[in-house]
Design a protein around this ligand. Structure first.
Ligand code: MG
Length: 257
């Protein structure tokens, strides 16, 4: 390489470095300095979180719940078929499965549901024939109610299952003469205008305070035979199943979300 060439390269490099320096100087001037971080910058005060009064224990209805059964009567319920009066008997602050399914008169979308149930004291039959009932979310999606205390059946059909879709994570069943508690957090499915699914229903279930369904997606109506298939729907009631077993219910409340 000649001296002339070396000189040319040196000049070019110097020009480039100076140019880059000048450019970054301009850039540095144009980019405003980030403000100094202070604690208040990440504290959001609005909207203020609504105040409610929790129940006197972890099963009592909080102040913003709709009470669906308070031990007195079935005024919030109707017969699922025909819509007449619910023909289930109320006794001692609880009611027992009678003839035909029953549904709430109100309709719901997304909610938190608290419901207590007890398998029949008299242990009869086995598998799906023992203490079978069910809680149908939006009248379609069954959280199974079954006497699963020392009673083997198919896992995705035992207490706490999303019937024939999701088995419970554990069997948290109490004895037949004791009360079971379900706390159910449910997000309804959303549908597109053409009726196809935009997002499936999701559900979390606690059985006696134990997580048994962890935000699982529901695949469609819980069918006894065949595969689930969604059909578009809006708000719908909660229904309770008459499966021919005298399962008892008490203390039912719901919070719309
Ligand atoms: Mg059932």
């Amino acid at each position: 390489m000649t001296t002339k060439h070396t000189c040319f390269i040196r000049t070019a490099l110097t020009t480039a470095i100076l140019g880059l320096f000048a450019f970054t100087q301009v850039q540095a001037q144009e980019v405003p300095k980030p403000p100094k971080m202070v604690p208040e910058m990440t504290e959001f005060w609005e909207p203020e979180v609504r105040v409610i009064t929790p129940g006197t224990n972890n099963t009592a209805a909080p102040s913003d719940a709709i009470v669906l059964f308070d031990g007195k009567n079935l005024s919030e319920w109707k017969a699922k078929d025909g819509g007449g009066a619910a023909q289930w008997q109320v006794n001692n602050g609880e009611f027992t499965v009678g003839k035909g399914d029953i549904s709430t008169k109100r309709e719901f979308q997304d909610f938190q549901l608290h419901i207590e149930w007890s398998a029949p004291d008299l242990v009869q039959s086995s598998s799906q024939g023992r203490g079978n009932s069910g809680i149908f979310l939006q009248d379609r999606y069954e959280v199974q109610v079954l006497d699963s205390y020392n009673n083997r059946t198919y896992s995705n059909g035992q207490a706490g299952s999303i019937y024939k879709q999701h088995r419970p994570l554990v069997n948290a069943m109490r004895k037949p003469n004791e009360w079971n508690v379900y706390d159910i957090i449910y997000t309804a499915p959303r549908f597109k205008e053409d009726g196809s699914v935009f997002s499936p229903a999701r559900v979390t279930v606690l059985h006696n305070g134990v997580l048994v369904q962890n935000n699982v997606d529901i695949k469609g109506p819980t069918e006894y035979i065949g595969l689930p298939e969604y059909k578009a729907h809006g708000k719908a009631p909660i229904s309770l199943q008459d499966h021919g077993n005298p399962v008892a219910y008490r203390n039912i409340w719901i919070r719309e979300l």
